[in-house]
Design a protein around this ligand. Sequence first.
Ligand SMILES: [Zn+2]
Length: 163
Amino acid sequence: MSVIPELLAANERYAASFTAGGLPPAPARRVAVLTCMDARMDPAKFLGLGDGDANVLRNAGGRVHPDVIRSLVVSYELLGTRELVVVHHTDCGMLGLSNAYMRGRLRARGVDAGRIDFLPFDDLDQSVRDDVDALRASPLIAGDTRIVGLVYDVHSGRLRQVV
Ligand SMILES: [Zn+2]
């Protein structure tokens, strides 16, 4: 069973009343958000963002890695974002995970994960500080970018500022 037909049917309903076709590509609120792919979190909802408001980057853990830097450079240089919000969250699947475990999972199905760093972490607040520090240390991230680091509580829906 696939969920994809349901998704496509939902899109038909969505497009039938779609009104945001005139928006420009540059985020109106000049902000980029980096957060986890966790299905319980919807940045548009918990940050009050509408269509066209922000560039939202998501990956496992909401971690900084070269492709995130790549996207943030495009966001700053071409789309005019000047603030950056990093959001990690409680009960994250990357919390307490290890590269050894992930590599073992892949080995069990005959795949060599090579040197991939899955960017797991053991301390939630520290992971936020580490990623904000990594962004501030990157020469590719412009010095006038305002960066905040937050933790989202998946049980309360509330944000807490760490950096
Ligand atoms: Zn997560």
